[in-house]
Write a protein that binds this ligand. Structure first.
Ligand code: AMP
Length: 395
């Protein structure tokens, strides 16, 4: 069964085609700068046993043109399409086969994810047009977090803000947390229901999750992906009074402050750079703000680990994933330093070793296992698409 995974952003379209009979990638790529003067399509085909790359630079005025270009390059039969949808709200507890009612429900969640859900819906519509009759499944970033109990998902605001305006923690990166949690349990020789894990998705966006016996109990992102630990360009948790204070004292509009919090804060806000490779290079030259940015980042991660250890009571493993989590031994070492009180000790040699494979980095005396597990959100979406459709995707 060939499953095409589509992930549409406001100006991009990422896709991957899996043969789910053996979980191999047949093709994949990305269309970037949709709507700008020059769009870029990068397509890779793996079906001949080696990578064949196609790159096109041309105006790509909208997502429809992008999808047409992609469909042109995919030579394989497609049996089903799985879509990443960012915000499912409370309506969707699990991946769901798409029909009119599901599309309406996704649209109803647009106010909660104005930058993400509308392009996701465009992707669904285009895939329906291009692959008529093929089943389509939505896998929501928020699905995995729907097990978070009210005491953890509610904000201490007037309760009717929750009932009237749907203000609550939803959490994001759910597909990634679920993938690495399941994979780590498997690598530990256990079922997901047998282990308690703290998963740390640390990329340009960052979120941390407390997972008890396979079910998410809490996560650091909130109603939007702005909350939690500081990120590449996002502030993470703030005193909420800062927003009004900035409006009153800087003359910035709500939109301008929003832009600062999302695009000019986090690591970039502190030291001007958002990529940790660049930040470490600066820090090694003695740049004080680069050093401070790394210290702040590691400190905030450490605080969440402590909080989530308390939430879970018993922790079997920590799991680092995504660009920083998988590759940055400095951040991992700093975030875990001094946590032997919790039974967490890393082995510096294992931590310093680079590898694309899942691996442990804890020392022999560590009570809690520490894993580095590469994430694969596309494969998780493809897997859930197959699960929703059962064995007969064309029914
Ligand atoms: P992601 O959002 O998961 O693609 O992660 C992107 C981020 O990962 C980049 O902005 C870098 O900060 C970080 N990153 C990627 N590769 C490395 C590396 N080799 N060492 C340190 N950080 C890395």
């Amino acid at each position: 069964m060939n499953v095409l995974i589509i992930n549409t952003g406001s100006s991009s379209l990422k896709y991957q085609l899996f043969n789910m009979d053996n979980q191999s990638v047949l093709a994949g790529g990305v269309v970037e700068r949709i709507g700008e003067t020059q769009g870029i399509l990068t397509h890779k085909d793996f079906s001949m046993g080696k990578e064949q790359k196609t790159k096109k630079t041309q105006p790509i005025p909208n997502h429809k043109e992008a999808m047409l270009l992609v469909a042109d390059l995919i030579t394989q039969e497609i049996d089903a399409v799985g879509h990443r949808v960012v915000q499912g709200g409370e309506a969707f507890k699990a991946a769901t086969r798409i029909n009119e009612a599901v599309k309406n429900a996704i649209q109803a969640n647009n106010p909660l994810a104005p930058l993400h859900n509308p392009p996701n819906l465009i992707g669904i519509q285009l895939a329906e047009d291009l692959f008529p009759g093929k089943p389509q499944v939505a896998v929501f970033d928020t699905n995995f977090h729907q097990t978070i109990p009210p005491k953890a998902f509610l904000y201490a605001l007037p309760y009717e803000y929750y009932t009237d305006y749907k203000i609550r923690k939803y959490g994001f990166h759910g597909t990634s947390h679920k993938y690495v949690a399941n994979k780590t349990a498997q690598l530990m020789g256990k079922n997901p229901g047998e282990v308690n894990l703290i998963t740390l998705h640390l990329g340009n966006g960052c979120s941390i999750c407390a997972i008890k016996q396979g079910e998410c109990q809490d996560t650091s992102m909130g109603m939007t992906p702005l909350a939690g630990v500081m990120m590449g360009t996002r502030s993470g948790d703030l005193d909420p009074a800062i927003f009004g204070y900035l409006m009153d004292n800087t003359g910035m509009t709500q939109m301008e402050i929003d832009e600062v919090l999302n695009k000019k804060s986090g690591l970039a806000g502190i030291c001007g750079l958002n990529d940790l490779r660049d930040i470490h290079a600066r820090a090694s030259q003695g740049d004080k703000l680069a050093i401070l940015a790394v210290e702040m980042f590691a400190y905030q991660i450490k605080k969440y680990i402590g909080a989530y250890a308390a939430v879970l009571g018993h922790v079997d493993g920590l799991v680092f994933t995504a660009g920083v989590g998988e590759n940055d031994e400095i951040v991992r070492a700093k975030a875990l330093a001094g946590l032997s009180v919790f039974g967490i000790e890393i082995d510096p040699d294992k931590n310093n070793k680079r590898s694309p494979d899942p691996r442990t980095i804890h020392g022999s005396n560590s009570r809690i296992q520490v894993w580095v597990v590469p994430t694969n959100e596309e494969l998780q979406i493809a897997t859930e698409t197959c699960q929703v459709l059962g064995s007969n995707p064309t029914s």
